[in-house]
Design a protein around this ligand. Structure first.
Ligand code: 2P0
Length: 335
């Protein structure tokens, strides 16, 4: 059988018995990749070329309510605004609901979703969005599924969503199977209570090229892309070891190198792909300057212009002096 999102979902869902759908609300945290997912071995199933590792952002994420309604068409609200049926977001959400409807019968839903994190500015809202939608629909039908199935179903909506089904450090193994049944995220059995993530928002404007397009463009054209999977594998191994030993210096260095290698790889695409603004570079330099002055802080960035800073609680005072408006999250405290 051909592997597409519908057939993969069917395989997972046909083992479960649904209840009559009811209104259900779920929450999923956003996640920041410490070792990035960039490049797909299967675009239809969002199967990655490399393993990735993230940290979930506690109370920053997406709340989603699904409510069964009469009629044939879904009604979708995102951040208190109706989503038009012509909008690509409407298409993606409806497609995701079809994964369940193909097994459990035609049923329209009102979907009400709001983010506590900026939408489409490289702050990973599609990850928490599809994770929350997946959990909400699973809850609505009262399905009893293992966490790996939650993660796989979320991945079919958006790759990075498979890491937003849990808290703390989430490791997404790329897997090797063609149907992706071995490609899901699991939590690392490791806490780091003093670890802090600071979100340095430069702009909340929608980015010019989506991650989906940017990833494809980089894979197809970047002269540095062939090197990416092996570098990412090295970073991942080192980051995991540093987490285990709570070695913040190695952790920060590896995370920052992974982010800069990722942006360099995009820059080596043609036409070049650059998510930075002049302000991004200024802020990167301010992180490097802070480090020269003894502040223990490192940075990462996703497919967008904003920075995320990593530091431990003993640096908060110094950090706040440099970046007074920083939004600070304690991933292991504010859950
Ligand atoms: C990540 N990003 O690991 C990487 C790093 C952005 C930068 O995963 O096409 O929205 O839906 O699978 O998950 C963003 O890409 O892409 C992303 P699709 P997704 O977090």
């Amino acid at each position: 059988m051909k592997n597409n999102a519908m057939s993969v979902a069917k395989k997972l869902l046909q083992k479960t018995v649904p209840l009559a759908p009811k209104t259900y609300t779920a929450y999923a945290p956003a996640n920041i990749a410490l070792c990035k997912y960039w490049g797909k071995r299967n675009t239809a199933l969002n199967l990655p070329i490399n393993d990735s590792l993230s940290i979930s952002l506690g109370k920053k994420g997406t709340h989603t309510t699904v409510e069964p309604i009469e009629g044939l068409k879904d009604i979708i609200f995102l951040n208190h605004q109706p989503v038009l049926k012509t909008d690509i977001t409407y298409h993606y959400i409806t497609q995701h609901l079809h994964l369940f409807r193909q097994c459990f019968g035609q049923q329209a839903f009102r979907v009400i979703s709001h983010n506590t994190i900026a939408t489409a500015a490289g702050l990973a809202s599609s990850a928490s969005g599809f994770a929350a939608l997946t959990q909400a629909i699973i809850g609505s039908y009262g399905l009893s599924l293992p966490q790996s199935s939650h993660s796989i179903l979320a991945r079919l909506g958006s790759g990075s969503a498979c890491r937003s089904i849990g808290y703390g450090f989430m490791w997404w193994q790329a897997g090797t199977r063609l149907d992706g049944q071995d490609s899901f995220a699991t939590p690392l059995d490791c806490q780091w209570p003093t670890l802090q993530v600071g979100i340095l928002t430069i702009t909340t404007q929608k980015k010019h090229i989506s991650s989906r397009e940017g990833m494809q463009h980089t894979t197809n054209t970047s002269i540095l892309y062939p090197r990416w999977p092996q570098e990412a594998a090295k970073h991942l191994q080192a980051i995991k070891a540093a987490i285990k030993q709570q070695d913040f210096k190695t952790f920060g260095e590896q995370v920052e190198q992974n982010a800069l290698t990722f942006h360099a790889t995009m820059l080596a695409s043609w036409p070049p792909l650059c998510y930075w603004t002049p302000d991004t570079l200024q802020h990167i330099q301010s992180v490097w300057r802070a480090r020269e002055n003894g502040v223990k802080v490192y940075l990462t960035m996703d497919a967008g212009p904003n920075l995320k800073l990593l530091f431990e609680s003993n640096q908060v005072k110094a950090i706040k002096q440099i970046w007074p408006n920083l939004d600070i999250i304690q991933p292991f405290v504010s859950i």
